[in-house]
Design a protein around this ligand. Structure first.
Ligand code: CTP
Length: 405
């Protein structure tokens, strides 16, 4: 899969901060994704990491000063930002943010940010500083001003700081910055749309320590939520018990049972444009759940399990008078097309995404079959992230037809 950063020209500016070491790794990720990275460093940044490292990683000489006769026109601050499709300031020190908020231009980084063509070279900043510096009203004023001036602020995160204190102000990790840049450059096919996605298994308790669940990992649903958010949608993800991190910018609601899932989904469903039901919902739950652990009585007798049917969340949402566009999943072990078609009609949804459950549970890859009233289309074996992007493109087209903007 090609990264949205492939072929992009980026101006990566460093100001002074311990987090500069993370930018070395970021540069590597960016160049591996096919981006062309021009590094620029303030004098303070060179105290933390050397231009030699940054030149070796980016494959280009680093711009260090505006007084450099190396550029034929002697105007690095103009050239660099005219060539770039975005300028990322990382680490963004408190001092550099203050300069940018004021429009100062007394060294190469702030000068280039000010001289930047704002329409073709947007500014992204990744703050990195001590928590007191970050929470100081002066810094908060500067950040608010930069946002108002059109900058995108990435982070900061919270946690252990180089100074030994703990709090807000840590720069995002290299992988998180990379992710945010990819998201920034992803076409906004779902801008203005909202999505509700379910993911993962459900867990139906038998007693306080035992329960029934299934082998769904949640990876497909999480990948869909991530791809939709990157495409500009407002995304709520209702997740069963899985150990996956929440995709950036996605609102997550954790549930356990099918009944919890229904209760979480019902109030939200009428308010969204699309409902994507990727969760593997248990069809049945124990007729009763014991308050205390079911014990052996020594006689060798085994407990009798009785089940009752769970509500069908997808069919319930699809039957709402103000139902969103519904996408169902079908996890089958055989006769994929036949079962998917039957399921589509039974649940009264326009689109079913079918896959062979046992072949995909827990893996990072999958192959899908899209089934609608006109027929079916295969999405061949690929990573779940890649398939999620293809699904989101498909969904965007369908929403444009179903509910034109
Ligand atoms: N689904 C649901 N609520 C249920 C069961 C399933 O919302 N109680 C949704 C799933 O999220 C999925 C679709 O219905 O989008 C199909 O799920 P699947 O388990 O494949 O089908 P079932 O309806 O359970 O049918 P069967 O088990 O007979 O294949």
């Amino acid at each position: 899969m090609q990264s949205p950063l492939n072929g992009r020209r980026l101006l990566l500016a460093l100001s002074g901060g311990i987090a500069a070491y993370k930018v070395a790794e970021l540069t590597r990720l960016l160049t591996q994704a096919g981006a062309q990275v021009q590094v620029m460093m303030s004098e303070a940044a060179t105290q933390f990491i050397t231009p030699v490292t940054m030149q070796a990683l980016s494959g280009r000489p680093v711009i260090l000063t505006q007084w450099d006769a190396g550029a034929p026109n002697n105007m690095h601050h103009i050239n660099a930002s005219r060539e770039a499709e975005a300028m990322l300031l990382a680490p963004a020190s408190a001092d550099m943010l203050a300069k940018l908020a004021q429009g100062r231009a007394d060294e190469i980084v702030s000068l280039s940010a000010l001289a930047r063509p704002r329409a073709s070279c947007p500014l992204l900043v990744a703050p990195a500083m001590n928590r007191e510096m970050w929470s100081h009203p002066a810094t908060q004023r500067n950040i608010a001003q930069l946002r108002e001036d059109g900058a995108t602020v990435l982070g900061p995160a919270s946690g252990d700081q180089a100074c030994g204190e703990v709090g807000d102000g840590r720069m995002l990790e290299a992988a998180e910055l990379f992710d945010a840049l990819e998201a920034f450059f992803t076409p906004k096919r779902l801008a203005g749309r909202s999505l509700l996605v379910t993911a993962g298994p459900t867990y139906e308790a038998l007693d306080p320590v035992r329960g029934l669940t299934n082998r769904s990992s949640g990876k497909m649903g999480f990948a869909i939520a991530r791809a939709a958010q990157r495409a500009g949608a407002e995304v709520t993800l209702v997740a069963g018990p899985v150990a996956l991190p929440t995709p950036q910018g996605v609102t997550r609601i954790d549930i356990e049972s099918a009944c919890d899932l229904l209760a979480a989904v019902l109030p939200l469903a009428p308010r969204v444009n699309a409902f994507v039901a990727a969760a593997a919902v248990a069809d049945w739950r124990p007729a009763s759940s014991a308050e205390h652990k079911i014990k052996k009585d020594g006689s060798g007798a085994v407990p009798e399990l009785r089940f009752i049917e769970n509500p069908d969340v997808l069919a319930t949402v699809a039957a709402l008078p103000d139902a969103p566009y519904c996408v169902g999943f079908a996890a089958e072990s055989e006769k994929l097309l036949e079962h998917a078609q039957a399921k589509r009609l039974r649940k009264r949804v326009p689109l079913i995404v079918a896959n062979l459950g046992p072949a995909t549970f827990g893996r990072d890859t999958n192959a899908l079959l899209l089934v609608d009233e006109t027929g079916h289309r295969e999405l061949p074996l690929a990573s779940k992230d890649e398939l999620a992007e293809q699904l989101i493109e498909e969904l965007a087209r369908r929403l444009d037809l179903h509910a034109p903007r």
